[in-house]
Design a protein. Sequence first.
Length: 157
Amino acid sequence: MRRRCPNQPTSGQQAQPNLDFGKVSHLLEVRDLSVRFGGVIALDRVSFSVEAGQVIALIGPNGAGKTTLFNVITRVYRPSAGTVLIDGAPVLAIRPHQVIRRGLARTFQNVALFRSMTVLDNVLVGDHTQTNSGWLQASVPLPGAVAAESASRKRAL
């Protein structure tokens, strides 16, 4: 999730847990998610949540279901059971481009997306979802388009 936490600790400070359980607002919440491919159970009642400013890691051996989980969260696959919520809204009720605009995006296991482009340019390809200018505005060097590209470059670095 690409969001900033307003109360994020500065260097040397310890993060404080959110103990106000009545007001917990998860950016991403996965509830009892299951995925079956025929008789194979790829995910079995997976549940977790991600809060603002939180960084989590998903590790496991090959075939453990990591990619399947990301595919369900990002709407590549539909779950057999369970729910994925983004900002409290069911991900299946949100159009794919709106999921990306809400800050949930993924990369694929492809090391070189565009070999003729620099790393920065490859990152900028994915940042188009965070700008308001379309391809026409981006192709004409008007002040608004130049400012949008400059902001994209700052985010990418």
